[in-house]
Design a protein around this ligand. Structure first.
Ligand code: ADP
Ligand code: MG
Ligand code: ZN
Length: 575
């Protein structure tokens, strides 16, 4: 049985005065915030804990303070050398005896660290999960008195998370090797499933789980659709967004190293102090770039996801996604790097239908269990459904995280200017039927032309299809928006088809639900113009009432499904 997450404040059982004093003396903070005090109290009392606090919520002190106060050395597992270095250097400057053991530490220094640890002079010892996987290190550690074991960025243990690190999976062993040593896992990222996975993998079944609210009231979030297929226009949009925020410090996330360098260059050409950052640079170069970003006023980091975990720059005023993140968890974590000082900051995400196709394609290529792939695929879809949806952004994300009582934020683009939406179930049914009727062999342009009855090189067979020309009641852009939205919702998927993308039906269950009218589909009204058009000649007079279409496509759908089942089981060659 897993413990229920604790959200509300409950009386703290332990006297926290000593902890508060350390917080003041070492860090200069007046008091604990949020759930920190409760987490610290648990660890001080020697109990296992998992703390899910937002980025910038102050997770580090949750284990650093108990490590200072409890006898022995506190062992901290941290996924990145950069993270360890930052924390250890900061601690040393604050007068805390901290050290790190990673591949970058020489032999002499190593022996000195072990000596200090044995003699009880060390408060905190940072290690990498890879280091811990070695038997030699475990053996040496077992000679020490440990005050606690902290697992930072604990979501790295879960395949459901977005930063999975195989070496984290071995950390469950620590429960047996160090019985009686309290363990604390901290992360900013956990939907219920990831949370359960972390607890199970780390064998923290008896841990108390603290989940803080994910609200970030100082962030103003928005998302904008890209103009499809035009990289130059996306770059120009990023330049414009940054220009409007001239002099402010920000992060621009790009999906690839190439994109990252290109956007950085474009920004520099436009007079911005833009710094590219990705895993293609070696560690020293990355450090240099990070230092510049931290030190220079108005610097803009143009980065891949290689940048960010644990970067503590309080005055980042905006995070722009030139390419969307991989999931809602990643989204929240990445926009969470803005406004850590609590002052107003912005998160702006650009997204387009080719992005969802790209995200899904990338997952396809990954070696992972089918079950994991399915979950990741769903996560990509949930992200895009939020981006293209009409629900307050923080509310949508916090509900996804399990905060069912989350209210509209009042400041995001949706709250500020609620987009009118229209009931698009019928257009959705038409579009799905058209895609299906055309044999799932064509791209968006052809499907729209077919719907509008405007197919140029119309095939004789095509004009005879019951879906040809049934979409004359919507404009060209209207149809594009409907089809894009269906892609964002996973009802249609784009197959790259070697550079000539074709649209196919998506998740069969969801498609069926739309056909049946059981699944609502709402598309933003703004760009959709209903045009008063004559129904094209060829299908003139043909009555395609919704009910009729529904029954019609439903029957065809069943045929298709049967055909797919057969194809999947490879029992016979399809017609
Ligand atoms: P994260 O939860 O993202 O790991 P950190 O531990 O890096 O966050 O802390 C983020 C910032 O918040 C740090 O600058 C830290 O000193 C500061 N901080 C932590 N606790 C408090 C507090 N109780 N009051 C004020 N600032 C705090
Ligand atoms: Mg942290
Ligand atoms: Zn809102």
């Amino acid at each position: 049985m897993l413990a229920d997450p604790i959200r509300s404040a409950s009386p703290v059982p332990l006297d926290l005065d000593a902890a508060r004093e350390v917080l003041g003396r070492v860090w200069g903070h007046a008091d604990f915030r949020g759930l920190q005090a409760q987490v610290v109290a648990e660890v001080l009392a020697g109990r296992d804990v998992m703390a899910v606090l937002p980025t910038g919520g102050g997770k580090s002190v949750c284990y650093q303070i108990p490590a200072i106060l409890r006898p022995g050395v506190g062992l901290v597992v941290s996924p990145l050398i950069a993270l360890m270095t930052d924390q250890v250097e900061a601690l040393k400057q604050q007068g805390v005896a901290a050290a790190r053991l990673d591949s970058g530490v020489g032999m002499d220094e190593r022996s000195a660290i072990w000596r200090a640890a044995r003699s009880g002079e060390l408060d905190l010892l940072y290690v990498s999960p890879e280091g811990l996987a070695s038997g030699a290190m475990l053996e040496r550690l077992s000679e020490l008195q440990l005050s606690l074991i902290a697992i930072d960025e604990a979501h790295c243990v879960s395949q459901w998370g977005h930063d999975f690190r195989p070496d984290y999976r071995t950390l469950g062993r620590l429960a047996e090797v160090f019985p009686g040593v309290p363990r604390i896992a901290v992360t900013a990222t956990a939907d219920a499933r990831t949370r359960d996975d972390i607890l199970a993998s780390l064998r923290l079944g008896a841990a108390r789980v603290f989940v803080d609210s994910f609200a970030r009231p100082n962030l103003q979030l928005s998302a904008e659709r890209k103009i499809n297929g035009s990289r130059a226009r996306t770059d120009a949009a990023v330049v414009e967004l940054v220009r409007e925020r001239r002099g402010k410090s920000g992060v621009v996330y790009c999906g690839s190293r190439d994109g990252c360098e290109r956007v950085a260059q474009t920004l520099r050409d436009a007079g911005t102090n833009a710094i590219a950052y990705h895993a293609g640079f070696d560690a020293r170069e990355r450090d240099k770039r990070l230092e510049r970003f931290l030190a220079e006023d108005g610097a803009v980091m143009v980065a891949t996801i290689a940048f960010g975990m644990g970067v503590d720059k309080p005055d980042v005023r905006f995070v722009i996604h030139a390419d969307p993140p991989g999931s809602l968890e990643a989204y929240w974590q990445e926009i969470g790097r803005a406004g850590r000082d609590g002052e107003p900051a912005e998160g702006i995400t650009l997204y387009g239908p080719s992005d969802i196709a790209w995200s899904l394609r990338r997952l396809e290529g990954r070696p992972m269990a089918e079950e994991v792939k399915q979950v990741q695929t769903r996560k990509v879809r949930q992200l895009f459904a939020m981006l293209d949806g009409a629900t307050c952004r923080p509310q949508a994300v916090r509900r996804y995280f399990g905060e069912q009582d989350a209210q509209p934020c009042g400041v995001c683009d949706i709250c500020g200017d609620p987009p009118a939406t229209f009931d698009a179930v019928v257009p959705a049914q038409k579009a799905l039927a058209a895609v299906q009727r055309l044999g799932e062999r064509f791209g968006r342009t052809r499907v729209v032309d077919h719907l509008l009855g405007k197919t140029k090189d119309v095939q004789p067979w095509e004009a005879g299809l019951s879906t040809w020309g049934i979409g004359a009641d919507l404009s060209l852009t209207g149809w594009r928006d409907v089809i894009d939205h269906l892609m964002f919702e996973g009802l249609l998927v784009e197959d790259p088809n070697e550079g000539k993308p074709i649209i196919q039906l998506g998740d069969p269950e969801a498609v069926r639900a739309v056909y049946r009218g059981e699944r609502p589909v709402r598309v933003r009204q703004a760009p959709v113009r209903v045009v008063e058009a004559e129904r094209p000649r060829r299908n003139a007079g043909r009555n395609l009432a919704v009910e009729g279409l529904d029954a019609d496509v439903r029957a065809r759908f069943e045929v298709l499904r049967a055909w797919r089942r057969d194809r999947a089981s490879e029992q016979h060659v399809p017609p």
